[in-house]
Design a protein around this ligand. Sequence first.
Ligand code: ANZ
Length: 964
Amino acid sequence: MSETNPAATAPVSADAAPHRYTAAMAAEIEARWQDFWDAEGTYTAPNPKGDLAGDPELVARPKKFIMDMFPYPSGAGLHVGHPLGYIATDVFARFQRMTGHNVLHTLGFDAFGLPAEQYAVQTGTHPRVSTEANMKNMVSQLRRLGLGHDKRRSFATIDPEYYKWTQWIFLQIFNSWYDDEAKRARPIDELVAQFDSGERAVPGGRTWSALSEAERADVLGEFRLAYASDAPVNWCPGLGTVLANEEVTADGRSERGNFPVFKSKLRQWNMRITAYADRLLDDLDQLDWPEAIKLQQRNWIGRSEGARVDFPVDGERITVFTTRPDTLFGATYMVLAPEHPLVEKFTPAAWPEGTREAWTGGHATPTEAVAAYRAQAASKSDVERQAEAKDKTGVFIGAYATNPVNGEQVPVFIADYVLMGYGTGAIMAVPAGDQRDFEFARAFELPIRCIVEPTDGRGTDTATWEDAFASYDAKIMASSNDEVSLDGLSVVEAKERITEWLERTGAGEGTVNFRLRDWLFSRQRYWGEPFPIVYDEDGIAHPLPASMLPLELPEVEDYSPRTFDPDDADTKPETPLSRNEDWVHVTLDLGDGRGPRRYRRETNTMPNWAGSCWYELRYLDPHNSEQLVDPEIEQYWMGPREGLPHGGVDLYVGGAEHAVLHLLYARFWSKVLFDLGHVSSSEPFHKLFNQGMIQAYVYRDSRGIAVPAAEVEERDGAYYYQGEKVSRLLGKMGKSLKNAVTPDEICAEYGADTLRLYEMAMGPLDVSRPWDTRAVVGQFRLLQRLWRNVVDENTGELSVADVAESDIDAGTLRALHKAIDGVRQDLEGMRFNTAIAKVTELNNHLTKVGGPVPRSVAERLVLLVAPLAPHVAEELWRKLGHESSVVHQDFPVADPAYVVDETVTCVVQIKGKVKARLEVAPSISEGDLEKAALADEKVVAALDGAGIRKVIVRAPKLVNIVPA
Ligand code: ANZ
């Protein structure tokens, strides 16, 4: 494109004005004000008490806690896409400061994580060394943007002073249980007291005092909110670590590295997040979050209402979970998950009389059939098992169960489409209503009984059906016994009636089931928080006392977990921390009255989500060595208040990719801390906003390889790299696609204020947008015109005129107040792009009017710009003669008299006689005015149906109609 870049080409040429706003001037202004802000502590947000207490006048104001999802300090540094959200929160925070709030805005680093560890494995550099270097680099990149952060509050999750409290929270969670009746977490000691006094029965029926220490530990493990268990977990031999469900892709591979993931039984730490499923779901309603994110959380938690129903088998029973108890009369067989613990019990030695050949899988005995099928199922992942594969597999286990509604004997199968980890791991199969059951029934020649009247004309003869029939609008049929009839009821009514019957007869009960699973909380990695847990000789886990925190990461020779052949499911993890014998085996006095003893430390580390589960709290009171956060300070910044029923951060901005992991985990920790009385807020983030992505063009050569975007030339709508034609597609920005643009480059070329304006002007904040370096200059020009409206480019002196408000022309006052009104609303609503458009309009108006700008207008213009382009605003504010920073000035308020749209009176004449008067906008077009005149009631009446010969329009004041 032909745009030249005046900033880049303007080391002041002979004829250029010496005091024009140039890149060099921007650089000088920006550096100077950044130093000033740092020196003055302009952005410090005072606490009501403690070491960060300050300015009581500010503390007395309403608070605003504005937060970004903190970054991982990647070695690649920032590209222009990264600061989009940071600039937005900064603009918003500045606006809030100028509208009477005590604003907390800061930024820390989420600094544990794999890249540093992998780099350490490759180079031998300690992850702390590379991470700190990366942070240093990012801090200086961010400083260049002029972000108004309270730097006293910054920290990284790898700081021992920070992770001391992450470990401390782990101990709180470990030392508590969920009281289902009180619906909250309570200290585990209170549970022990209940067991001890007999108030609560000890599971297993013995008395508490009769249990050994190990037995007690086992019982408590069933209750603790953080517990170790030998559950089947996602083991990834290729990475050498286990993974959370959320880290495994839909096709059963590791999200990172794309290695196969296997279900393997390993002793791992878990967090009982499932105890909070209901509250995590319910409290979403009062949060100000994008609906799409709420929906993703709701689906992830996956609440299903249904019933548990018992099917008797030889004096025992199989309990199923169903969302459709109304279909019980159509249940013609049952399926257990292959791993279901009751399978052995029900499998007889020999096939019952008359067992069909097709059900046996060709095996001589049920035991053989079951063993063979189990082996086959174990090699598949949950996702593969759930896939809608047409050919359903399974095998009859040789047993029959009794359908409680009609006493029918139904065969029991095992099949891999039923998962052990959901519901009860057993289902009643209703082939007429469930597609998977339908397919299975067809494959195994099981009866398909129509129990819902089809509404699609297929008829009730299931032999002619091609698929199951599912509809909530249909009526139930063929579903009655001596005590209950569902015939003719809707699905909803039938569910209610049968659940009542189940509860009355003791055959089952209404229940709620969740898809959410407990959170697998240990990783076989080096670069994470060590667990504050040690094991005694009997393998019993003991928490470290708080006085032993932080438990610092030990030095090791080798940072890598042992990785294995990615396809070898039979391998077991080996943690890096286990290699440091001196650290692992210790003699400690835990202060529990048992004196010094030998212990073995836990050698797993916490997942990298841990540090981000509670960081908002530490920003509040970052140097507190006695407490996680002082309650009064927490209450001040986070406590519930009008509009924030659960409390929390006032605005949290980040990418939409964190819909379920971080945001769900952080909510869970927040609720545990709330229940235990450590905080007054039960939600961490009241308002969530997802910014869009900055995308960039990716250019690829004929081999599909990305070429450096900066070196691509455009000719006649085609793109060339080194003479070769290349293709262009919009994609992500990044080093690997050779299209990264850094904020440093743009700051060097135009200054940070221009970059800030450009990023904010690109479009609505929540929408993704393509980066276009050539368009940045547009915002630079805006700042040049702004500068020119206040400063004489030749002398560098102020060029404004001291004019009394009453002498300012009405057009300018209207433009000013309209801009103030609009910008105020836009900034409050985070519509930064339209705010910039309004500032531009006002600025252009002043340029067009010409002559010196009235001082009071210039001042208000500068205040409007201050949140968006803070450096140039500070400079102009100072030039306008003010001693104090623009940061804490009051944002201008519009005079409503100038905001309402002005109108003029238009006279409508017929044959020269006045017949009507219209109030119209001064800018109305001739066409619109003619239409309005001819539509006016009085005019229509006066014309009385006569045709029109001619209409003479003189907008906006006169319309003369000549009738035919
Ligand atoms: C009978 C029935 C009839 C069912 C019908 C559905 C439709 P959601 O809504 O996802 O909670 N189910 C229960 N446990 C299962 C398990 N461990 N593995 C596989 N499937 C399982 O799904 C609940 C339904 O999924 C349950 O209701 C059960 O099938 C099945 F017309 O029971 B239903």
